[in-house]
Design a protein around this ligand. Sequence first.
Ligand code: FES
Length: 248
Amino acid sequence: MSAPSSLSLRLRIWRQRQDEPGGRFLSYPLTDLSPDLSLLEALDRLNQQLLLAGERPVSFDHDCREGICGSCGFLINGQAHGPRSGTALCQLYLREFSDGQSLTLEPWRARAFPLIQDLVVDRSALDRLLMAGGYVSINIGSAPEANALSVAREQAAQAFDAASCIGCGACVAACPNASASLFVAAKLAHLELLPQGQPEAQQRSLRMREQMAAEGFGACGNQLECSAVCPKEIPSSLISRMNHLARG
Ligand code: FES
């Protein structure tokens, strides 16, 4: 059976102004959509219609639309970034959905991510976690000769994979405890796996974990929902690595 050349969707979207104490879902039918449109492009289309009708457009975060920056993200039918695994929301196309389907779009729900408006939440708590320790502060002088510091290939590959975290916050949104453990574990691993990051590994781990608690993120309950929704497929084994580092 060939794929439909156009489809209709009903978007149920959480609407809440910044100054409103509560919100509600409003439904918007969209018709004649190309399956090759991204979901964010469908929202662009909806916003054009709302503006033409004199209504407030839907607020949602986005920037690169290439799965790189981590700006996009909300729940689609309860799933962070939607139904396609290993895919950031901005890379999700309407061909993933069926004609006539109803999609419920709502913002990340986590105490550490206060709502700004509609589908946009304040994720600056993740920035503060990085400010608490997600860096190397030792003085290493000028840039060394590239071959002077050898790093095993496997180790370099693991560090690179951990560094692919884009900080979208999906791991927090998917976790029943709203824990940022996968985010912190990825940042710790990508630094600690490389020689320059090793001298400060213990203090960095302590400071970031203390900040995680101060921001209101919960503890890891080993549900591993975080890894399942991560658009960069950061493995949950990094959380074990973080806990191992914490025990010294
Ligand atoms: S908009 Fe940059 S990752 Fe989605």
